[in-house]
Design a protein around this ligand. Structure first.
Ligand SMILES: *Cc1c(COP(=O)(O)O)cnc(C)c1O
Length: 440
């Protein structure tokens, strides 16, 4: 135990409550003090182990402290490798770029240049929006209902959440909001609606610089855009002289099994934003991938002091080398994604579809419990039983499972057992649950 931990009987969270701003959030759902982490597990200061299905909100796709990445980073630090590199040429960045080109871009025939913005997802989104507006000379951007793109002002204007938008305290302009795939029910193709609006000079929607979209809406509640819809969206954007920006910050880096979440739809976005799991180690790092023909930046026109996090380049390179040089990792994620889906299906089958249904794709799936209150009770019950899992969606009504992609099947089922127990405790009838289990 840490010798500075408060003695028994003292408020264990006193320093946080006294000194940390009210803006803190995740700590409210999981009130313990954590100390170490390995693979799919987080350990509290008192030694309690938790299975982690939050994983830094998909920033830790390879688990906590993956050994191959840790070794590469430790060696780099021990050899006095550069830590902060501005955007100077350096070996850490060189080795990352080389690996990214050979392992990711070249096999997929993607001709992108790489921009290193500041290290957060919002930084990448700001850069992408700015570039699209600069290239097209158009101020308007199309973003979707329930989209989440970060909370700095430009990114926030693309984000749907009223809770986050209200905090801006000013008008958030330059964005037209359109319904995401499925938003108006299965009978309405919202891409057709967008096409109609952009084709009608009197629709009131200004010609957009870009359409920004998540293929699976992470914070928005695991809404999945169909392949056909995404393809149509790309064609509509291009047909109307707009760029397609895929925000792959949460769904990318294998979360939906392929490296990029848009590979399944065969898209070739003009701009791609990446952050969260790109460093592979939870180190801050973001990328903007820009179609080579669209790299219209002037030197230093968009900058930032922390564009050169060399430690992140080292772990990002090690992750690509270790996990992505062959197809076997993506194949294993696909299998685990199916396991996850099957287990979640089994859980919700016990209940009426109006109370629980499964959403998501790949290894970002969850249970829509149709009520934020119910979902909140489920995650706090799960936490008491040793599972860390969060909610998403406009009413926080979706329990969102983001297990590490490297999780073993035993730990995956262990976590899902806990989730099942928690759902049964909160909405279910334990007796009928036991009968169903016995019968299967
Ligand atoms: C998390 C997220 C962002 C914002 O990233 P930050 O690092 O929190 O600024 C943007 N887009 C998507 C899809 C995200 O999930």
């Amino acid at each position: 135990m840490n010798d500075r931990s408060p003695p028994d009987g003292v408020d264990k969270f006193a320093i946080f409550r006294r000194l940390e701003s009210q803006v803190r959030s995740y700590s409210r759902s999981f009130p313990v003090v954590f100390s170490t982490a390995r693979g799919a597990q987080l350990f509290a200061r008192d030694g309690t182990a938790y299975l982690d299905f939050l994983m830094g909100c998909s920033s830790l796709n390879y688990g906590h402290n993956p050994p191959e990445l840790k070794a590469a980073l430790a060696e780099y630090i021990a050899s006095d490798g550069i830590t902060h590199g501005l955007d100077l040429y350096n070996e850490a960045k060189e080795s990352f770029l080389r690996e990214f080109h050979e392992t990711i871009l070249k096999p997929r025939q993607l001709d992108y240049v790489v921009q290193f913005p500041g290290p957060t997802g919002a930084n990448a989104v700001e850069a992408a929006l700015k570039l699209a507006r600069k290239i097209t000379g158009r101020p308007n951007i199309i973003a979707f209902t329930n989209g989440f793109h970060g909370v700095s002002l430009g990114a926030l204007s693309c984000t749907g959440s009223r809770h986050h938008r209200a905090a801006a305290g000013q008008l958030l302009g330059g964005v037209s909001r359109l319904p995401y795939d499925g938003y108006l029910g299965s009978g309405v193709d919202t891409a057709d609606y967008l096409d109609r609006l952009l084709s009608d000079p009197s629709s009131g929607i200004d010609a957009p610089a870009a359409v920004i979209v998540e293929t699976v809406q992470g914070e928005g509640g695991l809404n999945v855009a169909g392949t056909a819809w995404l393809r149509k969206l790309a064609a509509i954007a291009h047909g109307h002289g707009a760029l397609l920006i895929v925000d792959d910050i949460q769904a990318g880096v294998g979360r939906t099994d392929a490296f990029f979440s848009f590979e399944a739809a065969g898209l070739h976005p003009d701009i791609v934003t990446m952050a969260k799991s790109i460093s592979g180690y939870g180190l801050p790092m973001a990328l903007v991938l820009i179609d080579r023909k669209l790299d219209r930046w002037e030197p230093g026109e968009h900058n930032g002091t922390f564009r050169g996090n060399c430690h992140a380049f080292i772990t990002a390179r090690a992750a690509l080398e270790h996990f992505w040089r062959t197809d076997s990792f993506a194949a294993s994620v696909r299998e685990k994604g199916n396991l996850l889906k099957n287990r979640l299906d089994q859980i919700v089958q016990k209940y009426d579809a109006s109370r629980a249904s499964v959403k998501g794709r790949g290894m970002m799936r969850g249970i829509d419990l149709k009520s934020g209150e119910v979902a909140g009770q489920v995650i706090s019950t799960a936490f008491q039983k040793g599972l860390i899992v969060e909610t998403a969606g406009p009413h926080d009504e979706v329990v969102k499972c983001l297990p590490p992609l490297v999780i073993g099947e035993d730990q995956l089922s262990q976590g899902l057992d806990i989730l099942e127990d928690a759902v049964d405790c909160v909405i279910g009838n334990p007796a009928s649950t036991a009968a169903l289990r016995g019968g299967s």
